[in-house]
Design a protein around this ligand. Structure first.
Ligand code: MRU
Length: 370
């Protein structure tokens, strides 16, 4: 997507083809800093410490990390050790394991001296596929936005923007490009359909305030930031036409695991008759899991993310301050699970389906057979 008119991706290979550049997302929105990752350890740190984050981008970074590891040690043992190290960096997003499995499957049958180059090529393919898949998600999701826009044009106060609420950052920064939840929004905006996005701030790490608001603003999409608890109120007053969120792992039965707080938005949407859509590449579906509540591991992060906040001071310094008494302990579950019954539809690269085993099988029949 565009930063002030210039097209950008969230990860791109260096010209010499041995390292990758990323945008250090811990520095946004107050600084645009790119960093080079050249080793397995650097890739693992970038994922663990959330320089890169968002399920698809975590997967793409891990794929390159595995390629970097194989350049140093292409043995079977080296491959298994590097894949295990990367897989342990963040437990919830399934794209991580999906990408590692894809690279492993590509290189395992090869001679050791061919493995690093093949892994590098596969990582590049994963990135290109991510861009195409997210673009397709956007095309399908665009139809949903168009429908609402057409309805609003006919109603009183015709031509009002379609109000879309989103949580966390499932934008281009969370993928290689386009984003998942934001892809339909960008495509609607680029097609001249008036849209306005309610951006949940997304405590504790503020991915909405720091990342979604930043990327929508840089691309020119109208939006307003709201505190996480405002969504229900906005929906009660008819100020949300639809919700679109991303997901870190979706079960074969349509349960959706996403950033903490997503479930509460789904409950509020259900109570107010607001459609609640989830946009996802099929690499986010965990076909081995049927019960999201019981089977998906939920990442527990440091309580310091809750007790402290980072921001820009008036004199231009980025500072971290405490918001609690020093002795307060905090719990910090990073994700929650929205049961399929609260999800209006899943928007995938193959089209839109019901959040159910049958719905998913209608788009991915090869998986039903498995
Ligand atoms: O902890 P994060 O920032 O990695 O969480 C990201 C999300 O929850 C996104 O909604 C999800 O990964 C989908 S990204 C297209």
């Amino acid at each position: 997507m565009k930063i002030d008119g210039v097209a950008h991706r969230s990860i791109w290979p260096a010209e010499h083809g041995r390292s990758v550049h990323i945008i250090d997302q811990t520095r946004l929105p107050h600084g645009f800093v790119t960093t080079e990752l050249a080793t397995l350890d650097a890739a693992a740190t970038a994922i663990r410490d959330m320089w890169v984050r968002g399920a698809p981008l975590i997967g793409a970074t891990a794929a390159y990390g595995l390629a970097m590891a194989l350049a140093r040690d292409p043995s079977d043992a080296g491959l298994a050790k590097a894949a295990a190290l990367l897989a342990a960096t963040r437990p919830t997003a399934i794209n991580l394991r999906w990408a590692l499995d894809a690279v492993t499957a590509r290189v395992a049958p090869l001679a050791e001296d061919q493995r690093a180059a093949a892994a590098w090529a596969k990582a590049g393919e994963i990135c290109e596929e991510d861009v195409a898949v997210n673009h397709a998600i956007g095309r399908h999701g665009l139809a949903l936005i168009r429908e609402i826009a057409a309805r609003k044009r006919q109603g009183k106060g015709g031509g009002e923007p379609v109000n879309i609420l989103t949580h966390c950052n499932a934008g281009w920064l969370a993928t290689v490009d386009w984003g998942t939840a934001t892809s339909p929004i960008y495509q609607a905006h680029d097609a001249g359909i008036p849209v306005h996005v309610w951006v949940d701030e997304t405590r504790p790490r503020n991915q909405g305030a720091g990342l979604t608001a930043w990327e929508l603003g840089r691309h020119g999409v109208p939006h307003r930031l709201v505190v996480d608890n405002a969504g229900g109120h906005l929906m009660q007053h008819g100020l949300v036409d639809m919700v679109i969120v991303g997901t870190d792992r979706t079960t074969a039965t349509g349960d959706v695991c996403n950033k903490i707080g997503t479930y509460l938005k789904a409950l509020a949407a259900h109570d107010n008759g607001v459609p609640f859509h989830v946009a996802l590449p099929s690499s986010t579906i965990d076909w081995t899991v049927r019960d999201g509540l019981r089977e998906i591991p939920i990442e527990e992060r440091s309580g310091r993310e809750v007790t402290h906040l980072t921001g820009l001071t008036q004199d231009g310094r980025v500072e971290t301050v405490a918001v609690t008494p020093p002795t307060t302990e905090a719990a910090n579950p990073a994700f929650d699970v929205t049961p399929a019954r609260l999800v209006t539809s899943l928007i995938t690269e193959r089209g839109i389906c019901a959040a159910s085993a049958d719905g998913l099988a209608s788009l991915f029949p090869e998986r039903r057979a498995a």
